[in-house]
Ligand binder design. Sequence first.
Ligand SMILES: [Zn+2]
Length: 213
Amino acid sequence: MKRGTVVLDAGHGGTEKIGGSSPNNATSPSGVKEKDVTLDLVRKTRDALRKLATDGKHEVHIFLTRDDDTNLGLSDRARLARQTDADLFLSIHCNASDAHNARGVETLIRPREHDNPNYDDDLALATTIQKAVFTAVQNRDPKTRDRRVKDQRLGVLNDAFLAKKTKACLVEVEFIDRADVDALLNTGPNATAVRTEIAEALAGALLASLGEG
Ligand SMILES: [Zn+2]
């Protein structure tokens, strides 16, 4: 059986900037906010991971940095991983670009040279997460792109606030500032199903990244 603790972090939230975390970043053409998509994806991922754990008789403890429309500082989000002695920390975001012309899924980890002592562990988690989400999106829309795992110096992934053992990454689930992605994830007839499939893919990747208990 698998055993472990997972922290899920829905990017952004609320109405004010707090501790380096903006209330919202990307907004879709139809007006759907990133902060609401991330919260929904986190809840769906929690539910899918609970079901996987129950069905497979695994012992998985799941914590959410937020379960409502509030904002938390970046270090406070990471600190929940230390407080819960988490094995895995996954922050979920949606992307946007200045020209509104980018597509794809990418996963970010803190660079080795910026105080990331467990870079290789983070890279292994991020690679699994990236493959899962990209495959789930690609199944519904072949126009997506695999933007791969990238290094980025993100406060929410700072090992100074995580537990020593925590593997951490941040997934950017597509660019919601595009009309085609807006339909795919928010307004189209299959939007709820697509979100659920992404969440199930995330849950599977998280469970696979936990150790045997
Ligand atoms: Zn974001």
